[in-house]
Design a protein around this ligand. Structure first.
Ligand SMILES: Nc1ncnc2c1ncn2[C@@H]1O[C@H](COP(=O)(O)OP(=O)(O)O)[C@@H](O)[C@H]1O
Ligand SMILES: [Mg+2]
Length: 426
């Protein structure tokens, strides 16, 4: 039996930017041909012919970049937004955590809001009274429950909303991103409750940018792009397809920006991060970043290797030369640097064209943008051609660790330290 059926659903909105056109133009609304009176470029198709059938008891993940239609999908399922076309059917009691604070009245207390919300979710006053303490305790809002909710932080809103939603014991739980504003200690509590829901065979529709959690808790995942379901199926596979798409897009943007470092025209402004200097007795003509297989590339995972491919040219025979590379993170911190002199290579001669490859077997860096120095100079440091931060690349990783380098590591705990391993899939 399906708990949620979304069949050929489309949802069109007027673009936010086109709103002003009708503020003085109520007539379009009144006549009811509102959408027809808008030009095509003023409309946005938030959902474009989406069909999903979600069996009861399934935890179903929805991923996709911002603006891909995830929230609209949940709103349509929750009945908060109407489809422009198509049909939606939901079986059972629905609780939706969609917009932070939606359904809360800012001026009145948390206590009164719990009652109003509970009633909207179909509970009687007596049922709410019975659950009230649990709701407040779970939300950790005992001290604040009589303050108006407009004084709450986003984290407090989220805690209260989540607590109400799970305590009304819905059959279908819709969760849109809200965990993102939860503090570090609260999110695991929520995930435990979600686990509990899963065990009790409730249906959950879960939207999140936290792909690790999606992979952990979902039975099936849909990837949305431009209002359409681009892929649907096994979580890891779907997430990987999405990540590949994100990487391809970043790669395209990066290479568009970075492909053409115009080596002839590097402005020498003060304070500029990028620069070039040296008399070019030995010149660096071109630098390309490649995968270990030789393809040009700018977006890497920490597990991948990289080749810095350097084309050089010496106008005349030079006997004293050193090649060097340096990698800096976006704060300008040196992550790694080395040169052929430090590594005790012994230069003999260079003349005319040449090629130098610096191969890194495994990058091992954390998420972020990195800048590259490439240089050729004398053993005493006198530069022939120094390229400061002219090249950049991105490390895109699913890991959340911080710092500079992802040190290979392992955790160990004595038996007295009760620690469970990461959930499946990690
Ligand atoms: N109420 C609205 N009015 C106008 N446009 C909207 C509205 N809600 C969503 N949109 C637009 O619909 C598209 C999908 O939005 P949304 O469903 O919020 O995506 P997501 O949750 O994946 O970020 C976006 O282009 C967004 O700007
Ligand atoms: Mg959204």
């Amino acid at each position: 039996m399906n708990a949620i059926e979304v069949v050929s659903v489309s949802r069109v909105y007027q673009k936010y930017s086109a709103r002003h056109r009708f503020q003085t133009f109520k007539s379009a609304l009144l006549k009811g041909d509102f959408f027809k009176s808008l030009r095509a470029e003023e409309l946005v198709t938030a959902l474009d012919d989406v069909t999903l059938r979600i069996p009861a008891g399934m935890t179903f993940g929805v991923i996709g970049e911002n603006g891909s239609g995830k929230s609209t999908l949940l709103k349509v399922v929750a009945g908060i937004a109407k489809p422009s076309r198509g049909a939606v059917a939901v079986r059972g009691k629905v609780a939706a955590l969609i917009e932070l604070g939606a359904g809360f009245h800012p001026e009145i207390s948390g206590r009164e809001n719990v009652f109003i919300n509970g009633i909207m979710l179909g509970l009687s006053k007596r049922e709410i009274s019975r659950k009230f303490e649990d709701i407040v305790r779970f939300a950790e809002l005992e001290e604040f429950i009589d303050a108006p909710v407009k004084t709450y932080s986003s984290g407090m809103y989220m805690r209260l909303g989540f607590s109400i939603a799970i305590n009304v014991n819905p059959d279908v739980l819709l969760i849109d991103e809200v965990l993102a504003v939860g503090d570090a200690s609260f999110v695991p509590k929520c995930l435990d409750r979600i686990d509990d829901f899963r065990r009790r065979k409730k249906t959950i529709l879960f939207v999140s940018h936290d792909l690790a959690t999606v992979e952990k808790i979902c039975d099936k995942v849909a990837w949305m792009k431009s209002g359409r379901v681009r892929a649907l199926g096994e979580p890891k596979r779907t997430i990987d397809l999405y990540l590949q798409d994100v990487a391809d897009k970043k790669e395209a943007e990066f290479s568009r920006r970075r492909e053409e470092v115009d080596l002839e025209h590097i402005p020498a402004e003060e304070g500029r991060r990028e620069a070039r200097w040296g008399k070019r007795e030995v010149e660096i003509r071109r630098v390309a970043l490649r995968s270990l297989r030789g393809e040009p590339k700018h977006v890497f995972s920490p597990e991948e290797g990289m080749v810095i491919d350097i084309e050089v040219h010496a106008r005349e025979r030079v006997k004293d030369f050193v090649f060097g590379v340096g990698i800096f993170n976006s704060q300008g911190v040196s992550c790694y640097g080395t040169n052929t002199h430090l590594e005790e290579f012994r230069p003999r001669a260079i003349e005319g064209r040449g090629r130098v490859a610096f191969r890194i077997d495994r990058l091992g860096l954390v998420n972020g943008t990195y800048y590259l120095d490439v240089a050729v100079h004398r053993a005493d440091g006198t530069p022939y051609d120094y390229h400061r931060n002219l090249y950049s690349f991105l490390v895109s990783s699913r890991h959340k660790d911080v710092g500079i380098s992802r040190l290979p590591h392992r955790w160990r705990f004595s038996p007295s330290v009760k620690m469970l391993p990461p959930r499946k899939g990690r």
